[in-house]
Design a protein around this ligand. Sequence first.
Ligand SMILES: NC(=O)C1=CN([C@@H]2O[C@H](COP(=O)(O)OP(=O)(O)OC[C@H]3O[C@@H](n4cnc5c(N)ncnc54)[C@H](OP(=O)(O)O)[C@@H]3O)[C@@H](O)[C@H]2O)C=CC1
Ligand SMILES: [Fe+3]
Length: 550
Amino acid sequence: MGDDIETPLLKNELTETGHHTQTYRPRVGIIGTGNYALALMKRLTAVAGCDVIIGSRMPELRRGTFSGIGDCFCGVELASIRECIRGSDIVIIAIHREYFSVTLQDVAELLAGKLVVDVSNRETRKVGQSNAEYLASILPEASVVKAFNSVSAFAMEDISESGSSSAVYVAGNDPAARQKVIHLAHAMGFRTVNLGLLHSARWMEDDLLSVFSLWQIPVALATGIFLLSCLFVAYIYFIDRPKPAYSWEQIFMKVSNKPVCMTAIAMMALTYLPGQLASILQIYYGTKHRRFPKFMDTWLKIRKQMGLVSFFFVTLHAVMSVLMISSTYYGGWFYKRTVTIPANETFNTEVVLKLSKEWMNWRGESVCLLGILGFALMAVVALTSIRSVGDSLNWSEWRSVQSNLGFVVLALSTAHVTVMGAQGWERRGFPKVFRSVTFLSVLLPYLVLVLKIVFSLPPLSGYLWKIRHGWEREGARYGPVDKIDKGKNGTKKATGSSSSDNLELEKSRASQGSTKGNQSGQATVVQVEADSQDYAGTGQGSAQKQCSSL
Ligand SMILES: NC(=O)C1=CN([C@@H]2O[C@H](COP(=O)(O)OP(=O)(O)OC[C@H]3O[C@@H](n4cnc5c(N)ncnc54)[C@H](OP(=O)(O)O)[C@@H]3O)[C@@H](O)[C@H]2O)C=CC1
Ligand SMILES: [Fe+3]
């Protein structure tokens, strides 16, 4: 957390045991009397033990809102904005951005030299200036620090452990001011992440506007694959035949289970494919110090979500299949019992009826076993993607589960589909085999598995190991050096997947995180390829490496 600066407002206190402790108890002014101001006030008084002055444009009118609060929360005062600023060491601006200028311009001179905390969020993403930078432009003489914006009013008020679990990100140009806010946040019961300069406020504000950002591509991809599979299944079973293969009544389960299965296994293969593509690129580049193309960076980063989307489809497929297991739905899995009815007066020939028995044959049993094993192990992989579960494993244990066990799951699932469909593939022959659901489903998984085997065996395994430990081939392909463009507004914009500012941010986030997750708890890659810590490139690659492999 960097800056080790003495904080003048640390107060020496004598504990019951006679020891001196240092507590940070500044007098905090809060401008605004809304939900967030109220929540901040409660935590500041109840947890941090600070004296609080609430500053309102209309203190008299707001007295009703705060009536009784003074009794429950000692040390709370309601005053005018001017009195609030004069009487406090730190001023928190708990008003909306639109009112910064109108409300604060008259008191700008009073705020000169003060530590001002901006907690505001924005409604929509904007390029350029953050709210905090805007506030700093209105109050050029104040030390503006951005903090607390990621904590909701609800969590701020909730002084239990769960309310205090959010991280408070802190950014500000003045290290001493930043450090004071960090102390204050600690005193309020939060853990903090020091994001450095005020410029980071752009990310702090933007990040909260992203809704399921890492899930968008996996969900869209799975939906696309599912729809295409539906079209394919509809074509081969209903359109391209003189008579449909199934009645319309089987559309709900028997038929729709096929695209579900295709989507599940395709997503599983796509989760592990980028790891193999990364190996190909590293061999081609002959160095690990080259940034991957942007799409690869993104793909590597969303593997956890891809894996979990696949798990959703696998679960769906498992439940649907189990409900349908019967000799009627899966005829090929069960023994055929032949019953011979002897000739009689009505029929003068023997009639042979083929009836299904309840016992499964080896195909049925092995398909089920492979499916059950794959599903159960995939559940283990998915479980360890939950941060609290993953945190109970050390790095190598976690990596083994996510990578090695993940590949075992892919192999079991591929075997499950292969055993299920192989007989049919033989019967159809080339090129009709391409009309088989099972055959098409296993093409991509086989490619991924073959690549995995090839890269795990000598000589390529050794070659990759060397590259990932820093060795570089003579004449390695470093690629174009990242250009730094001057954006229209004069800000620097890197042409690669991130700017250096983001890099600083990512690094900071990663370094503040647990061993396997970053602070936002999002970018942790679950289905991590064994070698993901080596997916380094320069720039964002390194940050990506940290985020995805930590
Ligand atoms: N609510 C939440 O969960 C969170 C809110 N925030 C941020 O905290 C800030 C405050 O949010 P919140 O408390 O919910 O908002 P509210 O609308 O509940 O309160 C805003 C307060 O701003 C004060 N104010 C000062 N000047 C003006 C003005 N010109 N016009 C209108 N009101 C003014 C008002 O107090 P008075 O009339 O007494 O002067 C009012 O009570 C926002 O920037 C928000 O983004 C951040 C994280 C979470
Ligand atoms: Fe299946």
